[in-house]
Write a new protein. Sequence first.
Length: 138
Amino acid sequence: MRAAGIHLAALLLLGALAAAPRPAAAEDPPPAAMDPSELASESPPSADAPEEEQRAYWQARAVAARSRVEAARERVASAETAYQDARQRKKRGDPLAKTVSGREAAEAELEAALRYEEEDLPEEARRAGALPGWLRLD
């Protein structure tokens, strides 16, 4: 029971961090998780490319990853709101199950987005020879 309380507190904290989430209807299907390869519209510049071009490319990737995390946080907050609404209205069966599965999908999407931003993108950039500062968003 204590773990569930901690989990709910973490979700509420994430919801507070999200900027003005829109309430989701219970009928809204959970959004599909974005493939990290979709974040890059083109391949990384070659090592021979000017440093400014390389920096711009990696900063754009970092901005896209950050946007994906923020959008996922908003979806988690929205899904949590829909779930709480369904519980308050004492909905049972399918409507509550949809909100639970929507919330779980949003949480999984947020975890994937955070993992990409914090682990996968920096590793990809390191392997491509990008300087660590290029991924920092000021």
